[in-house]
Ligand binder design. Structure first.
Ligand SMILES: O=C(O)CCC(=O)C(=O)O
Ligand SMILES: [Fe+2]
Length: 351
């Protein structure tokens, strides 16, 4: 059994400092927002909002997700990726699945960028394997409108590992709750009614993906990374990362790459492109990457688990009223959440 959470969560009372560690990627304590009154919630929302304007990346503690839910998911993930390659191949994502459920295909997140040379990026694929679950593939799920294509309704693919599916479902359910809480804090930060996003994400189409970064016995080609430079695509990402070398970096305003701090038991929260479109670029969807380990740590594998929160298929993402004025007209044409993400998948993975 892998023990991830060997440090207790910081304990704070409702009025204690919200920003536990300041910086480009600050550590923010959600405890007072989750348990507190309106003033507490606004204070946390404002701390988050400030970060969304600068880096769009923060680390949250005090989020209330039980350590056991996280550990079970992490352990199940390690067990899956340790399976013989042919057993993973058997769960290879259907070529008609625009969300790449199951064992993912080779591709390049860098190819998804608007300015990317797609063929060039795909020629040096990310040095990672993925496994993805999305609630849309559950039997009887009614989240999709009739206009959505049949590929989106393909079933999930599960390995026959005891406890795996349960661990993923339990983790997904907790991430759904946390994402709604954070979206409500986002609404407060944007001076919107707290429930402004609720109906736009109540049939969300979120991929829960596990990333496996194998050891690198042979040095990678120059220019090839564990994950190439990219921004995320949806409303927000909730990421669990382990502390293996060769990790997540964000680009700051000077173009320098900064390591995202690894705090045991925390989640990295970052906003995606749709939130930047919603906020008319008041908030930033910052590019990031996962670097290769230094050669002395080339034997070390790494795991991360992003929950790519994605609004309802038919939510039209258009400039939020509080983010536009006479001098700041909307910059983007409105776009449907479902079409936006499918286009990104197509570019990154040739789906
Ligand atoms: O593995 C990580 O830390 C981040 C991965 C990532 O950025 C992604 O999958 O979009
Ligand atoms: Fe990412």
């Amino acid at each position: 059994m892998t023990t991830l959470i060997d440090h207790p969560m910081p304990q704070h009372g409702p009025r204690s400092p919200i920003t536990v560690v300041d910086g480009y990627v600050p550590v923010i304590d959600l405890a007072s927002a989750l348990g507190g009154d309106a003033a507490d919630r606004r204070a946390v929302a404002d701390a988050i909002g400030e970060t969304c304007e600068t880096s769009g990346f923060l680390v949250v503690v005090g989020h209330g997700v039980p350590a056991e839910t996280l550990t079970r998911m992490y352990d199940a993930t390690r067990e899956f990726f340790a399976l013989p390659q042919e057993q993973k191949e058997a769960l290879r994502s259907d070529a008609r699945d625009p969300l790449m459920r199951g064992f993912g295909r080779k591709g390049s997140l860098a190819a998804s960028n608007a300015d990317a040379t797609v063929e060039e990026e795909r020629a040096r694929p990310d040095l990672s394997e993925t496994f993805t679950y999305n609630r849309l593939g559950d039997p009887g799920d009614t989240s999709l409108p009739p206009t959505a294509g049949a590929g989106l309704r393909l079933p999930n693919k599960w390995p026959a590992l005891p406890g795996f599916e349960d661990a993923y479902r339990a983790y997904y359910a907790r991430m759904e709750d946390l994402a709604v809480e954070i979206m409500r804090l986002f609404a407060l930060a944007l001076r919107l009614p707290e429930d402004w996003f609720d109906a736009k994400v109540d049939r969300h189409m979120t991929n829960l993906t596990a990333n496996y970064y194998p050891a690198q016995p042979v040095a990678p080609d120059p220019g090839q990374l564990r994950k190439g430079v990219h921004s995320d695509w949806g409303s927000l990402t909730l990421l669990y990362q382990d502390d293996a070398p060769g990790g997540l970096q964000v680009r700051d305003k000077n173009g320098d790459w900064l390591d995202v701090p690894v705090i045991p038991g925390s989640f990295v929260v970052n906003i995606g492109d749709l939130m930047a479109i919603w906020t008319n670029d008041t908030w930033v969807s910052t590019v990031h990457r996962v670097v290769n380990p230094p050669r002395e740590f080339s034997h070390r594998e790494r795991f991360s688990m992003p929950f790519f929160h994605q609004p309802n298929f038919d939510t039209l993402i258009e400039c939020i009223p509080t983010c536009t004025g006479p001098d700041t007209p909307p910059k983007y044409a409105p776009v449907l959440s479902g079409e936006y993400i499918m286009d990104k998948f197509r570019r990154a993975y040739d789906l």
